[in-house]
Design a protein around this ligand. Sequence first.
Ligand code: G6P
Ligand code: MG
Length: 220
Amino acid sequence: DYRAALFDLDGVIVDTAVHHFAAWRQTAAELGFSLADEDEELLKGVGRMDALRIVLGIGGVEVSEDEQQRLAAEKNARYVEAISTITPDEMLPGAREYLVSLRDRGVLTALGSASRNAPMILQRLEITDLFDAIIDGSVVSEAKPNPRVFLAGAEALGAAPADCVVFEDAIAGIQAAHAGGMIAVGIGEPEVLTEADVVIPGLHAAGSLSAQGIEFVGSR
Ligand code: G6P
Ligand code: MG
């Protein structure tokens, strides 16, 4: 049985991935190329500067370090503007309920997100209190698939990697979980998240996990 649940934010708890991608599309447009729908998967879970480098690579564009900083700051300003009005209503189905049910059972919870905007989003969603630990892109700079963000979460909870289940919508995030010695529940489509141990369409379906051998035990 597992004692701790570690959650990615974007695409698992709230549907912000669409806003990240829209903001990157505008960056590409300014540089004179466009991003294909499939490119969105490459940018999920990846830190801001790494995501920029992926975007530039797609366009075959090289820019100076200063210009990279400017492009990333502009993208972030667009993203922050887009999410500045999100409300608790915009959480993904079942996310709040699942977090509450885990906590009611004494299961430890942590956030493990590459986003520096994570604390602000949690506040706007009014779910900051549902996490025992919050690890975001300002705490850990190594980007997924590096396991650092999840290892820091486990450490903050006082849990061993083998006690933790990671919930992730990004390929890089599932790889990060495995690199840290943790089991990974993919949120999305099995065809995309082929490396996940189990895939469910969303946290509304998390009730099916125990039938698939993933059971939590309280330890608070
Ligand atoms: C999450 C998203 C990524 C995003 C990253 C950094 O992991 O899935 O698409 O690039 O956070 O977000 P930030 O808000 O710091 O730019
Ligand atoms: Mg994500």
